[in-house]
Design a protein around this ligand. Structure first.
Ligand SMILES: N[C@@H](CCC[C@H](N)C(=O)O)C(=O)O
Length: 272
């Protein structure tokens, strides 16, 4: 048995995409997702994406981080799945239904409405999420935003100078975040430009994080640091994020199909 896959990426944040509507896919669990995502012994990716039929949208997208954890949202993968779909799509996720459509030579996604309540992030105890009274070494006073998944955002003078490979996993697993957290370090360049690096929950340092760009832009706007439409530049390239008057977060950027292949599930310990 061979299971076809499409290798895709959004600004270098890379995915193995399986379409269970088009071919038989073995039951997905954390072990198999992590084995396929492994860059040494598997196909290799930041997130494993499984497309399934949906009863409430055009398709359902399940998202597994490289460590095998299944999560609610992935901005870059939503654009990738939108590209595969070809036309405007309503995509069911664990965070709800998001909408993608071709736009400006890339894909535009309506990511929905951000949440700020401490228990919606979620945090372990009540506090102000606009300027949180907490810190880890030189990183302090973050803002927290949930855009389907949880993000902590630190505004710093130079995000490239932060040792995110060391501090990211400490913050991701701090007991303050009962569901762990994606860690963003951001530098405001102007009223319409932000530089951003992200330590992703369950995946580590990535070249880009779509939800991280959305959460960071919203955090900057809430703090009055930028206008309501900004370019967020990640190591892999820029995304445009807008917070509409209706309160919705719109993300626009590229998605790319890299190559297609197939794998034998038996090689990953799946019984025939
Ligand atoms: N790369 C994604 C985010 C993937 C999920 C994230 N690591 C989490 O655990 O919430 C994006 O582009 O948004």
């Amino acid at each position: 048995m061979q299971v076809p896959f499409v290798k895709m990426h959004g600004l270098g944040n890379d995915f193995v995409v399986l379409d269970a509507r088009a071919a038989a896919v073995p039951p997905m669990d954390a072990r198999l997702a992590a084995a396929l995502a492994n860059r040494h012994t598997g196909i290799g990716c930041d997130q494993l994406i499984l497309i399934e039929p949906s009863e409430i949208a055009d398709l359902r997208m399940r998202i597994f981080n490289a460590d095998g954890s299944e999560v609610e949202a992935c901005g870059n993968a939503t654009r990738a799945v939108g590209l595969l779909h070809g036309v405007a799509a309503r995509i069911e996720t664990l965070a709800g239904v998001v909408e993608s459509a071709p736009a400006d030579g890339g894909i535009k996604v309506d990511m929905g409405t951000p949440r700020f309540d401490w228990n919606a992030i979620p945090l372990a105890w009540a506090m102000d999420t606009l300027t949180m009274p907490v810190g880890w070494e030189d990183l302090d006073a973050p803002t927290a935003v949930n855009v389907g998944n949880p993000h902590a955002i630190f505004f710093v003078p130079d995000c490239d100078a932060v040792d995110l490979a060391r501090l990211g996993p400490l913050i991701e697993r701090d007991p303050l975040f009962p569901e762990r957290v994606n860690v963003n370090v951001a530098t405001i360049e102007s009223r319409d430009a932000i530089r951003l690096r992200v330590w992703e929950r369950g995946a580590g340092l990535t070249l880009a994080c779509g939800t991280g760009a959305c959460a960071t832009a919203i955090g900057a706007m809430r703090r009055g640091l930028t206008d309501r439409k900004v370019r967020v530049t990640l190591p892999g390239g820029p995304l445009v994020i807008e917070w509409t008057a209706e309160g919705r977060v719109m993300m626009t950027g590229p998605a790319t199909e890299a190559f297609r292949g197939a794998f034998d599930p038996a090689a990953y310990g799946v019984p025939a």
